[in-house]
Structure formats: C-alpha cells, structure tokens
Design a protein around this ligand. Structure first.
Ligand code: ZN
Length: 240
C-alpha cells in the first residue's frame, strides 16, 4: 500500500518544482548560456512568464523581510515585492524573456551605398553588477551595399531596446547589438557608439554624478577605413 503513494508523488513533485528550476534544466540540457544579458525566451513555455512573476514576487518579499521592512504595516511597501517583480520581468529586463522584435527587412532596391547614421537613440539598461540604471545614447552608422537589407529607422531603436532590456555590461551590450544588426541587415560596415551614465557610480560608490562611459564597436569597412571612421565620428553630434 505504501508503494502506491510514489506514483502520484512524482506528478506533484513536478508541480512543486519552481518554474525557474524547470527553465534552468532545459537550458542545461541544451547547454545554453544564461548569463544576465542572454535572451532565454526560447526556453520559456507559454504561461511561464506569469509563473516566474509569482516566483520572483515571493523571493523579493523575502528580500524585503530580510531588510527588516514592515511590508504589512507600511502601506508604501505593501505591494512592493509584486511591483519589483513586474518591473524586472515585464519592463526593465524584458529583453531576456521575450522574442526579438519582428523586423521587416527589405532588399536595398535603391542600391544605397552612402554612410547612414541613426541616432541619438536613448537607451535604458541596468548594470549586471548592481542592478541599477545605465542610461545613455547610442549612434549607429551603417554602410550599406546592394545586398544589404534595409530596415526602418525606428527598428534600430526596437533592436536596441531588446538588447538593453537586460542586466548589461556596456562593452558587451554594444557587441550584442552590433551582432544583431549585422545579422539582420548584412551591411558592408557597422559602427556603434554608446555614451551612458552608470548610476552605480552616481548613486553609490564614488558618487560621481557626471562621469560617463563611452565605447564603440566597429565592423567591416569601419575597421579597415580610417577615413570612414573619422567621418562617422565627426558626424555624430556628441556633447561631452
Ligand atoms: Zn554597477
């Protein structure tokens, strides 16, 4: 009679498994990296984002409890665990959990082959180290050829939003964005400059309100042609 309990117990043990554990198991099985700035949408099943929300809320409530905040008596923090969970999963780190934005690519019918610059595009992210905001701007330079796919200007902003909507490291973020734009449009060259304020330097740490980090990534002809690189850098209207 005791043996009988093992069969239903197997089902209910899966029921009790946190959804994050199930997702991790799939990632491990596929040997897929799941760093803070990786997108894991392929490994989420329908409805699991909602379950993750519940799970993060419970864990976030634990953080508030450990911070000795009276979330019952303090009406300001009554629902903070839920709000933070929603903010992470549905807003600021959404780029980890959702599929890339749908981008329609058109053949370059006009055979555009002149340097094109898009920007400044405002980007919002958070640093992987502290989970505090990184806010800045990017400029994108594209050198198309006759085989390049053309995408609408606003699509660059959508792609940037998807990549930046994860806990990021600025140097890695621009590389991820460059890889994505290269893959979608196949230009002869691509240049990206990002300039951002890191709130982990303003709000904490050295508490420097004005420091900004600037970095760039150059691909294709931008790497080979210093004149083109200079032209791009001269055309982006950066202010200190
Ligand atoms: Zn930081």
């Amino acid at each position: 009679m005791l043996m009988k309990s093992t069969t239903p117990a197997q089902d209910s043990s899966d029921e009790g498994t946190p959804v994050s554990v199930k997702i991790r198991e799939r990632l491990a099985l596929a040997r897929k990296r799941f760093n803070a700035n990786d997108n894991i949408s392929e490994f989420l099943q329908p409805g699991e984002l909602e379950k993750l929300l519940d799970e993060v809320e419970v864990k976030m409530q634990g953080v508030l409890d450990s911070l000795v905040i009276d979330t019952v008596g303090d009406h300001n923090t009554n629902n903070t665990a839920r709000r933070v969970a929603k903010m992470y999963l549905n807003e600021v780190f959404k780029g980890r959990y959702v599929q890339p934005p749908a981008i329609t690519e058109f053949p370059n019918a006009e055979h555009l082959n002149e340097l094109m610059i898009v920007g400044p595009i405002t980007v919002r992210s958070a640093c992987s180290h502290h989970f505090v905001p990184v806010i800045g701007k990017i400029w994108i330079g594209v050198m198309p050829n006759e085989h390049t796919n053309v995408i609408g200007l606003s699509k660059y902003a959508r792609l940037a939003e998807w990549v930046m909507g994860r806990p990021q490291i600025q140097e890695e973020a621009v590389v991820q964005l460059a890889d994505l734009i290269m893959e979608k449009t196949q230009p002869d060259g691509l240049a990206i400059v990002m300039e951002a304020s890191h709130y982990c330097m303003a709000w904490r740490g050295v508490k420097d309100m004005d420091s900004k980090m600037i970095n760039s990534v150059m691909r294709g002809v931008f790497l080979k042609d210093p004149t083109l690189r200079r032209e791009f850098l001269a055309l982006i209207p950066r202010k200190g």
